[in-house]
Write a protein that binds this ligand. Sequence first.
Ligand SMILES: C[S@@+](CC[C@H](N)C(=O)[O-])C[C@H]1O[C@@H](n2cnc3c(N)ncnc32)[C@H](O)[C@@H]1O
Length: 448
Amino acid sequence: MSQLSLPLAHLQTEPHHAHLATRDRLQALLQEDFDFQGQYAAHATHNLHPFPAKFPPQLPRRFIQALTQPGDVVLDPMMGSGTTVLEAYLAQRTAVGFDIDPLARLLAQVKVTPLPLDQTARTAAEVVVEARTALAQPDAVAQSLDQRFNPKSRDFIHYWFPVQSQLELAALIQAIERVESSTIRACLQLAFSATIITKSAGVSLARDLAHTRPHKVKEAEWRSPIGLFEKRVGQNLAAFAAMGWTSAPTQLEAGDAQQLPLPDASVDLIVTSPPYASNAIDYMRAHKFSLVWLGYPIEDLSQRRREYVGGEALDDFSFEPLPDYTAEVVAAVEKADPRKGRVLHRYYSEMTRVLREMRRVLKPGTCAILVVGTSTFKGQATHVQHCLGDVGQALGLDLVGIAERRIDRNRRMMPARHGGKTGSQIEERMHEEYLIGFQKPAYVRCLN
Ligand SMILES: C[S@@+](CC[C@H](N)C(=O)[O-])C[C@H]1O[C@@H](n2cnc3c(N)ncnc32)[C@H](O)[C@@H]1O
């Protein structure tokens, strides 16, 4: 792809002073060091639940502090675990976030919702007692477990969870569902979920869940879900106790970044990291392990998975025309592997719609920062950072700069290498990522 050259922007702005100052500030920010290697990242409620490919809190914080004022609206349209929205909240900005993933929404919401700590601790202890009492009659719990799930969900649970774990989880979730306060219930659901989705060994027979390429082990040392739940509630309550609560408003919803329910020109800053192309991190594949317990039928979750940005399903997909440079990158991949090329075209089509929405909701003169990883498809580099820069420019955003940062792999959960394969593409592509800085023009004059 080295013969490709980046296209010239075909839109030019007529800046005024404030606009220029913001542009200069963003340009200078992009020169800073964003590696944050070894720096503490678990403050406030950032670590309530594992989540793959979180970015470090220092990253959104730097842009929020430099580019917005208290009260301004900071948006993350693909908020994931809520790193941007939590940092916006802590900095007294209005935090607005969307995600298509129900677990992401639950997690982000719990992170910014104040809790009555003593009452939550008491309720958690009662939940544990209720679950243990129910387990004194295992047949009744087994029966309730069968009634709770439809056949597909039941098969899934029987396949992936040891029988004793199934019983404990069923007794626990039923006790949690009886909790009256929705705030406390959400906090306990999250602790429950964190016994299943873990960095290493959880209570299912799936391994590498947080790396999102689950594989089943035949045997595993049994770990009591109730014991893990108690431990996780204790850890999370300690985080809540140390949290610097503010009065900043938040608006966190389930939603599609390709169609944001926000008015035009209503946002002061966007900091976001979209998924990788081609399901490199498959959120739903991992999250369904706890969502099925939280009441989502397994077939609905599989259907929903097709709607995530970066998915591989191509039937009935509505493709967008791509600007020249990006179209050339897609064509090169398509030549090596037609299906992979179409999957990449799907990704850039979805990101076209996301960037179009971002441009619409930003106020004139304000900025969006996208953090992206790139990858290799069939030996062809996908140049994600340049393609998204290209797509953004074609939509009328100013591309202010692209910076590179090294990922701290010791901290960040990324897809792991399997089978002792060295130099795998996944490993190679996940050592660094890129920050793409855009500004929405204050005034636009079309040169074409
Ligand atoms: C890389 S993660 C974001 C991680 C986040 N920056 C953090 O620190 O936790 C990408 C997120 O995009 C979400 N996503 C995928 N498709 C989406 C869509 N169409 N609309 C909104 N969110 C979507 C995924 O569910 C996932 O949570």
